[in-house]
Design a binder for this molecule. Structure first.
Ligand SMILES: [Zn+2]
Ligand SMILES: [Zn+2]
Length: 162
């Protein structure tokens, strides 16, 4: 997603542009597919370049770490990125370069921000019961027969006491 900033760069420092986004589905980089990207961005001309700020909402498909089923996950995140002329950006790790055609490419900063905000251990539902460790049955879809056959020996003793 590129936004042309030729006009904004000619305006005085502090000048603002507002962009309402409603895009998608999109592929960010070559590994992050999002169903949509919505929200409002503000681009400001600063003394060093362009400051992009805003809050966006997106939806991605993740795999549940417990039951391994895909599920959709929505998240809202804040974007705050500095775009500098290429020569200055090369010396500043926390910035992105303004393209030669006077545009800013938001794909990479948005991709990095989303990847940082995604949960490490995503579950489809807080109560997801996962897979049976013995037969692999998805326990959200129903109980398997394993538990009847394999009773923990410690539990077996307890049962005798009851
Ligand atoms: Zn699950
Ligand atoms: Zn089982």
């Amino acid at each position: 997603m590129r936004i042309n900033i030729s006009r904004l760069l000619q305006e005085p420092w502090g000048s603002l542009r507002k962009y309402d986004l409603d895009e998608g589905p999109l592929l960010l980089g070559d590994d992050l597919k999002v169903d949509f990207l919505r929200g409002t961005l503000r681009l400001m001309h600063t003394n060093e370049g362009i400051l992009v700020q805003g809050r966006l909402t997106t939806q991605v498909e993740l795999e549940c770490v417990r039951c391994l089923e895909p599920f959709t996950y929505q998240l809202s995140f804040r974007l705050a990125e500095r775009f500098l002329p290429a020569s200055a950006a090369a010396l500043d790790e926390d910035s992105f370069p303004i393209s030669d055609d006077n545009s800013v490419d938001l794909d990479e900063p948005i991709r990095e921000t989303i990847l940082l905000d995604l949960p490490m251990h995503a579950v489809c539902h807080p109560d997801c019961r996962g897979l049976c460790p013995q037969c692999g049955q998805n326990l959200n879809l129903g109980q398997c027969d394993c538990q009847k056959e394999e009773i923990d020996p410690r539990l077996a003793i307890l049962k005798q006491l009851l």
